[in-house]
Design a protein around this ligand. Structure first.
Ligand code: HMG
Ligand code: MG
Length: 283
C-alpha cells in the first residue's frame, strides 16, 4: 500500500466561509497563491453557493480569476446546484464538489432541502460534469454526529455515499462536520462504508472541535485511506453547523504524517508561512 498521502487544502473555502467580517478578495487570492507554493496539489479555492446563504463566498468568480495557477495544482470549487456548476466552470474550476448530508437536520439547515432532494439536485450536476470532463467530488456531512439530529447511523452515511459514487463522484469526502467524532465512532462508520466502497475512493474531512481529528485520521490511515482534507492554520467551520470548530490544521497533519513515515510532497516551511497568513485573515 502506498505511503503517499494527498491532502486537499480547505483554508480558502471551508476555512474562510465561516468568517463574518469582510475579507478582501486580494487576501483570499494571496492565501491561495501561498498555498500553491507549498507542494499541495489540491486546493478548494472557493464555493459558488448562494451569496445570501454564505456572503463570504460572494466573490468566488473574482477569486478564481485572480489566482496565479501553479502547474500541478488543481483548483476546485464547491457547487450546490447546476447554477453553481455553470459558474464554477465559467470561472475555470478544474474540479467541482457537491455536498450532501447523512442527516436530515443538517441537510435542511445547510441546503434547505431533504437529503433525497439534494441528491436529485446533484444528478444533473454530475451529468454536466461528466459531459464537460470535469472531475466530481462528493461530500457527506455529519458522518458521526449532527448538530440537529444527534448521532448518525453509519448505514445512513453508506447510503448517501453510495448514491454519490453511483452518480459519478470519483471520491467521497467524509465530513465530521462538528468535530464530535472519536476514533471509535469513526472506525464504526468506516468499517460500514468499506463493505461497499474501496478505501481508495474515500477521504476524511475532520473538524477538530474536541481535538480528535489527528487520531481520527490515523483510524483512516489504518484502514487504507490516503486522502484527507485539512486547512492551513486550522481555519474553518460552517455557518449552518453551530458549535463546529475549524478543520484540522494542515501543518499538524503534515507533521504527523511525516513523523509516521508517510510522504505528502509538502514543504513544512512554506506551509508554515501560508498558515501564519491564513491565521491573520481571521476576522
Ligand atoms: P434556497 O434559498 O433554498 O433556494 O437555497 P433558492 O433557489 O431560492 O436560492 C436562494 C437565492 O440564491 C436565490 O436568489 C437564487 O437565485 C440564489 P434570489 O432569487 O432570492 O435573489 N442562488 C444562487 N446564487 C449564486 N450561486 C448559486 C445559487 N443558487 C441559488 N449557485 C441553496 C438553496 C442550495 C442555493 C442554498 O441553501 C445554499 O447556497 N447553500 C449553501 C450553504 C453552504 O455553502 N454551506 C457551507 C458549505 S458545506 C460545508 O461547509 C460542509 C463541508 O465542509 C463538509 C463537512 O464539514 O461536513 C463541505
Ligand atoms: Mg467542513
Amino acid at each position: 500500500m502506498t505511503d503517499h498521502v494527498t491532502l486537499f487544502e480547505m483554508a480558502p473555502r471551508d476555512g474562510l466561509q465561516n468568517e463574518s467580517g469582510h475579507i478582501p478578495t486580494a487576501d483570499k487570492i494571496r492565501l491561495i497563491d501561498l498555498l500553491s507554493a507549498t507542494g499541495l496539489t489540491k486546493i478548494e479555492a472557493t464555493s459558488f453557493v448562494s451569496p445570501k446563504w454564505v456572503p463570504q463566498m460572494a466573490d468566488a468568480a473574482d477569486v478564481m480569476a485572480g489566482l496565479t495557477r501553479t502547474q500541478g495544482v488543481l483548483y476546485s470549487a464547491l457547487t450546490p446546484n447546476t447554477r453553481g456548476f455553470d459558474a464554477a466552470i465559467t470561472a475555470g474550476a478544474d474540479e467541482v464538489a457537491v455536498f450532501a448530508s447523512a442527516s436530515e437536520g443538517f441537510s435542511k439547515a445547510n441546503l434547505n432541502c431533504t437529503i433525497e432532494e439534494s441528491l436529485n439536485r446533484y444528478r444533473p450536476v454530475a451529468k454536466a460534469a461528466e459531459s464537460a470532463g470535469v472531475p466530481l467530488r462528493g461530500y457527506v456531512s455529519c458522518i458521526t454526529d449532527c448538530p440537529y439530529d444527534g448521532p448518525t447511523p453509519p448505514d445512513n452515511v453508506a447510503r448517501v455515499a453510495s448514491d454519490l459514487i453511483d452518480m459519478g463522484c470519483y471520491e467521497i469526502s467524509l465530513g465530521d462536520t462538528i468535530g464530535h467524532g472519536t476514533p471509535k465512532t469513526v472506525a464504526r462508520v468506516l468499517d460500514t462504508l468499506l463493505h461497499r466502497i474501496p478505501a481508495s475512493r474515500l477521504a476524511g474531512h475532520f473538524h477538530d472541535t474536541k481535538g480528535h481529528a489527528l487520531d481520527n485520521i490515523k483510524v483512516g490511515l489504518d484502514r487504507g485511506l490516503r486522502s484527507f482534507d485539512s486547512a492551513a492554520g486550522g481555519l474553518g467551520g460552517c455557518p449552518y453547523a453551530p458549535g463546529a470548530a475549524g478543520n484540522v490544521a494542515t501543518e499538524a497533519v503534515v507533521n504527523m504524517l511525516h513523523a509516521n513515515g508517510f510522504t505528502t510532497g509538502i514543504d513544512p516551511e512554506r506551509l508554515s508561512q501560508a498558515a501564519v497568513f491564513a491565521q491573520s485573515l481571521r476576522t
